[in-house]
Design a protein around this ligand. Structure first.
Ligand code: 13P
Length: 413
């Protein structure tokens, strides 16, 4: 039937035309909905943008450069940020007065070593008072001694600890109020990095509790984000105190747990990991545990734990000394860097010691003018020892005086 064949041909052609029209209209519609502008505004309105890190490419580069500079070529940090109260406890050991003048004289003596120690010391953490102290002889700020040698200034921005509600026996760090304004001021006044110390305790009652780990690490992440917005590299310090008789295995497990939560929190708060430094304790047995681990075991357990949970993007681990003797702190650090011969380690492993860089210097000073030269020399020797340890080349000082424990129960800074 030619008539029917003709009809079905017309129907098929009509259907084809309709399909073309439909596809054309659909294309026009899709093009109008998914313009590049509209697609990006879709992302900007999504939950992924809620906390987006507001740092520009230039700001990120600045933070990365600061962090890299502090730990470059085996350099580390002098933590000279003891609060005036804590400084007083150090002065009590040598019978010296805890006066503003004494604090300046002592710290100025350390800073006068800047030219000699600049190959080992990339940064110094200051207590606020020190940032503004002037040498009465010249009228210049004493930190100029550091700045003249390109040693980077850092500042303690936490305000100590208090009991943590709902976590018996545990503590939380104070200082988030007004932090952004303080950071902006410190940046203007010459600082490029900051420190906030979180404190966690290993106790037979089961601490650190999940709630306290969350609270401490989350406040550290908030602090870190505020620092970065103000151009300061945050040192992230979730310190697990050495107090107690726990084994080194327990310390390793707690360290892995705390650090894994810490990095989750930093990511949750959109902190730029490349622009941070980590300041942890080394993995050791508790202070009163009868079994003492060797430098090699401490090194291996510390590196093993960190490789499990610390991202390779983070540029440098700068350990606190936590009451170890000057010599133990240096030998442990050395043993970690010596592991590089057999283990691939993605970050710099360096130091940010307080007690382990200053104990012999304070003793040598003794609070007397005639001790100042010896004080500077003792500081130089410890800085050199730790600089060598960063390269795995420290052989030990052989000096018994450096092996005294510097442990302080429930240490506050
Ligand atoms: P210690 O090296 O004395 O443990 O202190 C370093 C520090 O800055 C702790 O916050």
């Amino acid at each position: 039937m030619p008539y029917l064949r003709h009809r079905s041909f017309i129907q098929a052609a009509f259907g084809l035309i309709l399909s073309f029209v439909f596809l054309f209209v659909l294309k026009l519609h899709l093009l109008s909905v998914f313009t590049p502008e509209k697609m990006s505004s879709t992302w900007e309105n999504s939950k992924w943008a809620e906390n987006a890190n507001p740092l520009s490419v230039e700001q990120k580069k600045e933070l990365r450069d600061i962090a890299d500079r502090i730990v470059s070529n085996g350099k580390g940090i002098l933590a000279a940020d003891e609060s005036s109260g804590t400084f007083g406890k150090r002065m009590a050991t040598i019978g010296a007065e805890n006066s503003e003048t004494n604090r300046r004289i002592y710290r100025q003596t350390l800073f006068q070593q800047a030219e000699r120690v600049k190959t080992y010391i990339g940064g110094v953490i200051l207590f606020e008072e020190t940032l503004y102290q002037q040498d009465p002889a010249t009228g210049e700020r004493i930190v100029k001694l550091l700045q003249d040698q390109n040693i980077t200034l850092g500042i303690k921005v936490d305000q100590g600890i208090k009991d943590q509600e709902g976590c018996p026996g545990e503590v939380i760090t104070k200082g988030l109020d007004g932090l952004s304004e303080r950071c902006a001021q410190y940046k203007k006044d010459g600082c490029d990095f900051a420190k906030w110390r979180g404190v966690l305790k290993i106790q037979a009652s089961g601490t650190p509790s999940d709630a306290n780990i969350k609270a401490v690490t989350s406040d550290l992440a908030k602090y870190a984000r505020i620092c970065q917005q103000n151009g300061l590299v945050p040192i992230v310090e979730p310190e697990i105190l050495p107090d107690g008789d726990h084994s080194i295995e327990v310390c390793q497990r707690v360290a892995e747990k705390v650090l894994s939560v810490q990095y989750r929190e930093l990511i949750e708060h959109d902190v730029y990991i490349e622009g941070t430094l980590l300041k942890p304790n080394m993995v050791t047995q508790g202070q009163s545990c009868a079994t003492k681990a060797s430098h090699e075991e401490i090194a291996l357990r510390t590196v093993t734990a960190f490789k499990r949970v610390v991202p390779p993007a983070m540029p440098g681990v700068v350990f606190l000394s936590g009451g170890m003797s000057e010599e133990d702190a240096s030998l442990n650090l050395n043993a970690m860097n010596a592991l590089r011969a057999t283990i691939d380690i993605p970050w710099k492993l360096s130091f940010s010691f307080g007690r382990a860089l200053q104990a012999s210097a304070i003793k040598a000073w003794g609070g007397k003018d005639e001790g100042l030269t010896a004080c500077g020399e003792a500081f130089f020797l410890r800085a050199k020892a730790n600089g060598e340890a960063c390269h795995g080349k420290y052989k030990g000082s052989g000096d018994k005086a450096n092996t005294e424990s510097l442990f302080v129960a429930n240490h506050v800074y």
